[in-house]
Design a protein around this ligand. Sequence first.
Ligand SMILES: Cc1cc2nc3c(=O)[nH]c(=O)nc-3n(C[C@H](O)[C@H](O)[C@H](O)COP(=O)(O)OP(=O)(O)OC[C@H]3O[C@@H](n4cnc5c(N)ncnc54)[C@H](O)[C@@H]3O)c2cc1C
Length: 292
Amino acid sequence: MKPPVFTYHACRTVEEAAGLLSSSEEAKVISGGQSLVPMMNLRLANPAHLVDLNSIPGLDRIEAGAGNLTIGATARQHDVERSAAVTSAAPLIAAALAHVGHPQIRNRGTVVGSICHADPAAEMPAVFTTLGGHVTAQSASGMRTIAAEDFFDSYLTTALEPNEIATSVTFNTPNGSSGWYFEEVARRHGDFAIIGVVALVTLSDGVISDARLTVFGGGATAIRIAAAEQLLVGTAAGDVDDNLLSRAASATSEALRPSDDIHASADYRRHVAGVLITRGIRTSLERATTPA
Ligand SMILES: Cc1cc2nc3c(=O)[nH]c(=O)nc-3n(C[C@H](O)[C@H](O)[C@H](O)COP(=O)(O)OP(=O)(O)OC[C@H]3O[C@@H](n4cnc5c(N)ncnc54)[C@H](O)[C@@H]3O)c2cc1C
């Protein structure tokens, strides 16, 4: 199917793009086009103006800072996956990107576009929810930052206003005493996840000082499982036993309200999320205690 008629704008500056977005309610940003164009072809989106960011110099930056990593709006998923700055500062991001579609998709799709698109079964929103950080948003009236925990509202819905451009996403990066885990269950490699888990566990003197456990594909957004996280924080790594893991799995299954669909039942999603959470805690602890 072909998309509806639209006017295409190849912008040269963020200000030009922000001006176009402010001048029409029918304008939409296009980055990689790997979600927006299929939606247009299916008539699920019908923007009169496409505001293309790809010709704006400097928006494709990938920059490691002190305790964070900033990815610009037009940095391709493939380039982020292969970036030495990313694999060194936040290997979790690179590992998760390997599950996003196929190489052809990642050659065009952007990390920031994926986060703005906010598919609840997508990998990057779940990683952003786990690591934390902020989105930098620019409109004709100025710039603001939106914290990761305030960014995702619901299915395909974020805190971005229609006239705002996410110029970059900054991820917090874990320190040397942290371990991570990423896994998802999908029908075929490259499909969106039926259910997935991202974990990040940080130790201080052998005791879990921070635990971030996120499930995606189990609701309207990726969600952190506070009840399971609370079971871990304050526990010595050596005291994490089968009993504690089983309680974390139950807390996870109980926290989820997934739906039945053609891919899997809600019960299956709840069960697998619990299994992946126990693996996530174990693997994260192993990584946190193994010298890099
Ligand atoms: C066959 C196929 C398989 C796929 N499989 C997966 C998968 O397994 N996992 C996965 O996560 N994704 C998957 N995708 C989607 C892919 O990752 C997209 O690239 C991504 O979701 C959106 O990024 P994009 O840069 O292409 O955004 P676009 O398609 O250009 O935009 C998507 C939406 O975000 C908005 N947007 C984009 N960038 C910005 C910005 N900078 N500021 C404000 N709004 C913005 C757009 O207006 C639009 O509403 C798949 C796509 C295809 C076609």
